[in-house]
Design a protein around this ligand. Structure first.
Ligand code: UD1
Ligand code: UDP
Length: 443
């Protein structure tokens, strides 16, 4: 078949988490002979998007380069819909794929809907059922679902959410989350390189005293292998005792609903934790949103055991998650990755659309209340039994084969059967669900 005759599928994304979660799919679809795959980026993020493209080694076919400093939701939305409208009018793909809950996702789905082009939504069906949290992401997900033809739900829970909203079961595929595919891809890359740790420390560019104490000489650093999801290795079992003299706490935070008071409280809690526990080191790659930068640097700057660094490339970040004692974060992606790495997460949000991590015990909601953050962090630092229970390796978000399932569903949609039958014919083979349930060690 000549390339021009193959059905054209376009992956559209714009921010760091979408890029990480669609990278495995882009790599697979680009090499799949049955389809003609293109990658378009809105550039909703710039530096943080480019970091991901670099790690996975591919460049977009179209880059709309839309990001503006301190952009507003309305401004970005109007620019993205207008720009994508033009691209779709020119390129006429047979299917677009989007991922997650950002402005880019909703705008791409809306623009495709106006052109009557089917939408495949990766990571479909996550819900808090609270339009104010996460804001505006809950609305982006709900609205995108209304415009979607193929729903790639990462878990059974997400599928049930969609069915409750009236989505036809035959259009829903339980695939696992592609973030686990990305995590395994990076883990394998790191483990294949005997000098990975040295390179990662170099890239972090933290002061030598901090690196020596918390990254190089810590007991954890001696275990060079990133352990994701394969089951506890004997070396890991004494992690608590080996780490307690120099535990590293990894922090990320960027949620809009926490801007202002919530963010200041989070930062105060982190500073107090470092004051109360002189053994602790904190590393915080600060999101580039100016609202985040301001609060974080004002409250946390200048402390020798709190390192504020630039956003990190995905490889370095995975390596750092693996070396951390626990993670403080409001990130969606981190909540999904941490169970596979056996790292407890204190989730600095009031709600989560990812209940599986909570059910597995790895993640615990602490909101932005400084007393609660402090209490929960101190519990993990001091209680071995609590730490052990919450750091067991779990796999609730998939088995690393979500990409394969999504590719096959797209091929069947685009290449098999008559147009009218295509969607209805798609069924999620029962072994997908069985394997996911087997690999998911939740109760
Ligand atoms: C966006 C998403 C959020 C997602 C997050 C992941 C929306 C509404 N929000 O939030 O769902 O969880 O990305 O990180 O879609 N900036 C840079 N360089 C970058 C990235 C951002 O300078 O590479 C700065 C710019 O000033 C930009 C601002 O951050 O205007 C906000 O970026 P934006 O994408 O609008 O919102 P995020 O808070 O990053
Ligand atoms: N991440 C990264 N570098 C960082 C911080 C996070 O590569 O400095 C990764 C992280 O592993 C996860 C994703 O970025 O896969 C999460 O992105 P973010 O927190 O920005 O967005 P969210 O997941 O909350 O939408």
């Amino acid at each position: 078949m000549r390339p021009a005759q193959k059905p054209k599928v376009v992956l559209i994304f714009g921010t760091r988490p979408e890029a990480i979660k669609l990278a495995p799919l882009a790599l697979a679809l680009k090499t799949d002979q049955r389809l003609d795959c293109r990658v378009w980026v809105t550039g909703q993020h710039r530096q943080m998007l480019d970091q991901v493209l670099q790690v996975f080694g591919f460049s977009p076919d179209i880059d709309l380069n839309l990001m503006q400093p301190n952009q507003t939701l309305g401004g970005l939305t109007s620019r993205a819909v207008a720009a994508l409208d033009q691209c779709l009018a020119t390129e006429h793909p047979q299917l677009i794929l989007v991922q997650g809950d950002t402005t880019t996702v909703f705008c791409a789905a809306l623009a495709a809907f106006y052109h009557q082009i089917p939408v495949g939504h990766v990571e479909a069906g996550l819900r808090t059922n609270n339009l104010k949290s996460p804001w505006p992401e809950e609305a982006n997900r709900v609205l995108t679902s209304r415009l979607t033809s193929l729903h790639f739900a990462p878990t059974e829970t997400a599928k049930q959410n969609l069915m409750r909203e009236g989505v036809d079961e035959t259009k829903i595929f339980v695939t696992g989350n592609t973030v686990i595919d990305a995590l395994f891809w990076v883990r394998n890359k790191l483990n294949a390189n005997p000098d990975a740790s040295k390179h990662m420390v170099d890239r972090l560019r933290v002061p030598a005293t901090f690196a020596d104490r918390f990254l190089v000489n810590s007991a954890v650093a001696r275990n060079q292998v990133v352990s994701a999801a394969a089951g506890s290795s004997p070396g890991e079992r004494d992690f608590f005792n080996r780490s307690r003299h120099s535990p590293l706490i990894l922090v990320t935070g960027h949620r809009r609903e926490s801007f202002g008071r919530g963010f200041e409280d989070i930062c105060r809690a982190i500073r107090e934790l470092a004051q109360l526990h002189s053994e602790v080191g904190v590393i915080y790659p600060v999101h580039l949103n100016p609202q985040v930068q301001h609060a974080v640097h004002t409250i946390l700057g200048g402390h020798p055991r709190i390192q504020l660094v630039e956003p990190l490339g995905y490889e370095v970040f995975v390596w750092l998650m693996d070396r951390s004692f626990f993670i403080l974060s409001d990130s969606g992606g981190v909540q999904e990755e941490a169970p596979s790495l056996g790292k407890p997460v204190l989730v600095m949000r009031d709600t989560t659309e990812r209940p599986e991590g909570i059910a597995s015990g790895t993640c615990r909601l602490v909101g932005t209340n400084p007393e609660l953050i402090l209490r929960e962090a101190r519990l993990l630092l001091t209680s071995e039994s609590e730490y052990r229970r919450r750091s067991a390796l779990k796999n609730p978000y998939g088995d690393g084969r979500a990409t394969h399932r999504i590719v096959e569903a797209c091929v069947r949609f685009l290449c098999d059967g008559k147009k009218g039958k295509r969607i209805n014919d798609l069924r999620c083979p029962p072994d997908y669900v069985r394997n996911l349930k087997k690999n998911n060690r939740i109760g």
